[in-house]
Design a protein around this ligand. Structure first.
Ligand code: ZN
Length: 254
């Protein structure tokens, strides 16, 4: 059997499985996307996940919009390097997520990233008029895609390049193959100067409004300037800035 025979057979089976499991109401763009995949996702949930992975900038916008609907929980402040909390990974690289903190979590059926109700298949709207969120769900498919994007935006280089029409955000020249993703306002600076802003606004710094693709030469220069600026200011800080092997900065108390 050739690869293409195998794929055809597999897709016939996957499509049959998907159609069997499909409810009468299902987001049309998600179904259209699923059926156009080289490998058709065999369940509605996988179809939803595949859709958001393929529309990462849309997922980013949606997750931040949902977060705005939730707002900052009463009494919450952004903290890093907290004692023992699994979600407080001790780095300003991780977006603040109050609803992942057990003290502020909204419980079953609410998304741990944005705080809003989750419906069937991890969808963010109650298309099925069920009236209640899906009590078994803890996150939106869109928010999970957005969360991964916020943690590793360089993995979405292609989408970000396309968004800039392949022009370097710094020089305006054509983006080269070695172009890199950069936070226009560095995250250490977000932590240092903007950490008291309302939480939904903070997420903007991890999302597309603060992301740019720049050619490597420009990026190296910017990073060098930032490192110099940091080393001048870190003595004044309660935190220490350390470079780890991946080149990311992590903060430790000390
Ligand atoms: Zn969510």
């Amino acid at each position: 059997m050739t690869t293409s025979d195998w794929r055809t057979l597999r897709n016939v089976q996957a499509r049959a499985r998907l159609e069997r499991a499909l409810p009468s109401i299902f987001p049309v763009p998600v179904l259209r996307h699923a059926l156009s995949r080289p490998l058709i996702p065999p369940t509605p949930r996988l179809a939803v996940e595949s859709y958001w992975r393929a529309h990462i900038l849309r997922a980013d916008r949606l997750a931040r919009a949902l977060a705005f609907r939730s707002g900052t929980p009463e009494g919450w402040t952004w903290q890093i390097g907290g004692a023992g909390e699994a979600d407080r990974t001790g780095s300003f690289r991780t977006p603040p997520a109050p609803y992942r903190d057990p003290a502020f979590a909204r419980g079953r059926g609410a998304c741990c990233i944005c705080g809003q109700p989750v419906y069937r298949f991890g969808w963010h709207r109650d298309l099925w008029n069920s009236g209640t969120p899906n009590a078994r769900a803890g996150w939106h498919a869109a928010c999970v895609a957005a969360w991964k994007f916020w943690l590793a935006p360089h993995a979405q280089l292609r989408a970000l390049k396309l968004r800039q029409r392949y022009r370097c955000a710094t020089s305006g020249k054509r983006l080269l193959r070695t172009a890199e993703v950069d936070h226009a306002l560095p995250l250490y600076q977000v932590w240092r100067e903007h950490r008291t802003r309302p939480w939904p606004e903070l997420l903007t710094y991890w999302g597309t409004p603060n992301l740019q693709v720049v050619n490597r030469a420009a990026h190296v220069l910017k990073c060098r300037e930032e490192a110099g600026e940091r080393s001048r200011t870190q003595r004044l800080s309660r935190f220490r800035v350390v470079e780890d092997e991946s080149g990311f900065s992590v903060i430790e108390e000390g």
